[in-house]
Design a protein around this ligand. Sequence first.
Ligand code: F6R
Ligand code: MG
Ligand code: MG
Length: 374
Amino acid sequence: MMPRKTTISLIKCDVGSLAGHHVVPEPLFNIAGKNLKKAKEDGLISSCHVFNVGDDLQLLMVHERGESNPEIHKLAWDTFQEAAEKALKLKLYGAGQDLLKTAFSGNVRGMGPGVAEMEIEERGSDPVVVFAADKTSTGAFNLPLFRIFADPMNTAGLVIDPGVAGGFKFEVLDTVENKCVVLRCPEEMYELVGLIGTVGRYMISRIWRARDGLICAVGSVTKLSKIAGKYVGKDDPVMIVRAQRGLPALGEILVPFMHSYLVAGWMRGSHWGPLMPVGVKNAKCTVFDGPPRIVALGFQVANGKIASDDDGKPMVADLFDDPAFDMARREAVEYASMLRRMGEFEPARLGVGQMEYTTLPQILERLKERFKPA
Ligand code: F6R
Ligand code: MG
Ligand code: MG
């Protein structure tokens, strides 16, 4: 018998938000909930969960149609379109912000929404974690992914579990030249760090277990600013990670978030800011349009669906809604206050080449006659 193949699709989009770039309001959730419920009744998807991180509407769908399926992508696209129309009617902020193209052409990749998709052969029991962040870019996941899948000081299994000890293979995308390379760890760990430490250019897109090629992690790597040719918002990345039994344990996947660390994005996509792990109820950006937030949702994939409770409701655990991450949240506030004291001076502000907003060309133009040889 062919093993069952199940696809997890997490597709997200900023279609408009409440009180500036702050949070997705109820009427937009209602549209997403209605459309996904209908898709479930029609048999297109088998489970879904709608949530938000800041101003990004997140559609988590589980189905058996594979990655890049045109019907699944159309469902997401039509849902975002409908929500954007509602946002426009309500005069919400940034209505349709990430919908960069008008005509749907079979796949939402390259059209604005962020996508992470993973087709898996279900193991006996398959725990999965999805991460979603707001006010930052995909390079923000390089550090935790390295820790989870390559750092023996983070993941005990790399050292003491024979099922994990063989290491992992990382696909790294060069977002400037649009090409990718696969590196194997631990053998090529230094080369890997040499690339992915440059978080604005090299981004981890996929990870497989080295010994058998089992898919373990998938990230969304879209450079929105590149698609639009002008600033339209930070990429606000999502990723899917599988856990346990020959893979990093759930706790090894979460431990990198015990401490806050700096990511590119925050106000006007032009500053370094501390990433703050939060439960969904606190996934809303405030101070200086942040600090950048990240949520983690855990669930079990079971027989082509998200395992559900007795009423058929998918069981989803809000993993950062936990006092164990209080320290990271406190650190994030402290780092935020330290960085904001520096105002528009580097390194609080991103380097010139990485800023999403700048007035520098106008300033230089205005002052060009007044610059004299030094
Ligand atoms: C960052 C972000 C916000 C906006 C900022 C200015 O990703 O979305 O920080 O850049 O609030 O927004 P506008 O230009 O829409 O007033
Ligand atoms: Mg926005
Ligand atoms: Mg956003």
